[in-house]
Design a protein around this ligand. Structure first.
Ligand code: ADP
Ligand code: ASP
Ligand code: MG
Length: 422
C-alpha cells in the first residue's frame, strides 16, 4: 500500500479535485489518501470559532455559511449536485456549536470541534467525486480511527489503539481509502486536531500503522529546495535527503513538511516523496535512510512569528539547573513551541512561536522572574553556514540574538527585515 497526502493547495477548487483524479488514474495498487481542508478553509473556520467564542452568533452563522457556499459551489462544479451529501453531513456537526446557547468553557475544545469540519467537508467531496467517476473507494472518519488524548489543538496520538482501529476499519475488499488529515478523536467521541499543518503527520502515522511502502505528499512546489522558493528567487532543488537532515529542516521551520512527520517514517524506514501536483512529470524530492548527508549546499530556513522571552532571576542568583526545569515546566504547561534557547549567567532567553497561550505564559513567568519580551520576530536558520553567507545574512539587519555552531547559524531578526535578502 502507498499513502498519498493532498494538501490544501492541491484541492483548493474543482480543478484541483479533477487533477487529483488524474493523478490517481495512473495508480494501480492499494492507496490510502489523506486529504487536507480545501484551500484556506482552516483559516476561515478559525474565524468562525472566534465569533462563537465571542458570542457573536449572527457573525458566526454568516462566516460558516460562506464556507458552506464555497464547498457547495465546488461540489456543484464537479457535478455532484448543489445539495451535496458533504454539506448535509457536516451541517448538524456545525449546528451543535453554532446554535448552542453558550460556548463551551474551553476555547481549544471548541476550536477542534469546529475546525475539524474542513477536512471532513473536503474528503466527503473528494470521495463522492471519485465515486462519480467510477472509482470505488471507502471514506473513513479519521476521528474514529486515530485515537488521541484530550489535549485539544495539540493532541497526542495513541499509536497502539489507533493501529488496531485503523486495521479493523479498512475494508479489505477496497483498493482506495480516503481519510482526513490533521484530525483525530478522543475515546469520549470528541474531535481533536494535531496542530496546524498536521496532515503530513497524519499521513506518516497512518503509513507507519499500515506498513505502507511509501508516502507521497503532493505540494505546489517541485520538491524540497534549499530555501522557500516563495521567498527566495535563486534556490536549488534537493533531490534526496536523509531523515536526519529532513527533521532538522522541518523543525527549523521549513513549512514544506510538518516537523512531526519524519519520526513515524524513520521508525519503519518508509520513504517520503515530495511531488508537485501541477507538474507530475517532475521527479521531486525523496527523504529516506540512504540519502547522503546534506553537505556543500547551504540551506536557509525561516521560522516566522517568533517571540523572544528573556528571563532574569529577580534575586540576581540564577541557579541554572533549577530555573531551567522550572521554566520548561511552564513552557510545557502552556504548550509553547520553542525554536531557540540561550542562557547566560543571569538570564535565560527562549524564542517561541507566537501562539494563543504566549501572553498567559509570560504572565506566569513574570511572577517568578523579571521578564522582557520582543514580538514580531523571525528566526533564520542557516545549515551549512560559512563566514561569507553568515556575514551576508547579518548585513543590514538588527540581530536580536545570534547562535552559531560549526555548521549551523541561527539569527533572530525583526520580521519586517526578514525577507530583505539571504
Ligand atoms: P500543503 O498544501 O501541503 O499544506 P504547504 O503550503 O504547507 O503545503 O507547503 C508547501 C509550501 O512550503 C510551498 O508553497 C513553499 O512556499 C513552502 N516551503 C517552505 N520551505 C520550503 C522548502 N525548503 N522547499 C520547498 N518549499 C518550501
Ligand atoms: N488544514 C490544516 C491546516 O491548514 C491541516 C493541514 O493542512 O495540514 O492547518
Ligand atoms: Mg501545509
Amino acid at each position: 500500500m502507498k499513502v498519498y497526502k493532498f494538501g490544501g493547495a492541491s484541492v483548493r477548487d474543482a480543478a484541483g479535485v479533477r487533477n487529483l483524479h488524474r493523478i490517481l488514474s495512473t495508480e494501480s495498487g492499494e492507496l490510502l489518501l489523506v486529504v487536507s481542508a480545501m484551500g484556506k478553509t482552516t483559516n476561515a473556520l478559525e474565524q468562525v470559532v472566534e465569533a462563537v467564542w465571542r458570542r457573536e452568533r449572527t457573525q458566526a452563522r454568516t462566516l460558516w455559511q460562506a464556507i458552506v457556499d464555497r464547498h457547495r459551489a465546488i461540489a456543484d462544479e464537479l457535478g455532484l449536485g448543489a445539495e451535496t451529501d458533504a454539506i448535509a453531513y457536516v451541517a448538524p456537526l456545525a449546528a451543535e456549536w453554532l446554535e448552542a446557547p453558550e460556548p463551551p468553557a474551553d476555547y481549544d475544545f471548541l476550536y477542534d470541534q469546529l475546525v475539524s469540519l474542513g477536512e471532513i467537508l473536503s474528503t466527503r467531496i473528494v470521495s463522492a467525486y471519485l465515486a462519480s467517476q467510477g472509482i470505488d473507494n471507502q471514506w473513513l472518519l479519521t476521528p474514529d480511527v486515530l485515537r488521541t488524548d484530550a489535549v485539544y489543538r495539540d493532541a497526542n496520538v495513541d499509536a497502539g489503539s489507533s493501529e488496531r482501529l485503523i486495521r479493523n476499519t479498512l475494508n479489505p475488499s477496497k483498493h482506495l481509502w480516503i481519510a482526513q488529515g490533521f484530525i483525530g478523536g478522543t475515546e469520549q467521541g470528541y474531535r481533536t486536531t494535531l496542530g496546524r499543518e498536521g496532515s503530513d503527520y497524519t499521513a506518516a502515522l497512518m503509513a507507519n500503522m499500515l506498513d505502507a511502502e511509501s508516502v507521497t505528499i503532493w505540494k505546489d512546489v517541485r520538491g524540497i529546495y534549499n530555501a522557500d522558493p516563495r521567498l527566495v528567487a535563486d534556490t536549488t532543488l534537493i533531490p534526496a535527503l536523509n531523515y536526519f537532515d529532513a527533521v532538522e529542516l522541518a523543525y527549523s521551520g521549513a513549512q514544506v513538511i510538518h516537523p512531526k512527520t519524519i519520526r513515524p517514517l524513520e521508525n519503519k524506514r518508509i520513504p517520503l516523496y515530495v511531488r508537485c501536483f501541477a507538474d507530475t512529470d517532475a521527479s521531486g524530492s525523496v527523504i529516506n535512510a540512504d540519502a547522503p548527508k546534506l553537505e556543500n549546499l547551504p540551506v536557509y530556513i525561516w521560522r516566522k512569528n517568533q517571540v523572544l522571552i528573556t528571563m532574569r532571576a529577580k534575586d540576581f542568583g540564577f541557579i541554572l539547573e533549577e530555573s531551567l526545569s522550572d521554566i520548561f515546566a511552564i513552557i510545557r504547561r502552556y504548550r509553547l513551541k520553542v525554536s531557540l534557547i540561550q542562557s547566560s549567567a543571569v538570564t535565560i532567553s527562549v524564542s517561541v512561536d507566537k501562539t494563543r497561550n504566549v501572553d498567559e505564559a509570560i504572565r506566569c513567568l513574570s511572577e517568578r522572574y523579571s521578564v522582557t519580551y520582543n514580538v514580531g520576530l523571525a528566526l533564520l536558520t542557516i545549515r551549512g553556514t560559512t563566514p561569507e553567507n553568515l556575514e551576508r545574512a547579518k548585513a543590514g539587519r538588527e540581530i536580536l540574538l545570534c547562535q552559531t555552531t560549526r555548521r549551523t547559524a541561527k539569527l533572530l531578526v525583526k520580521e519586517d527585515e526578514a525577507l530583505k535578502h539571504v
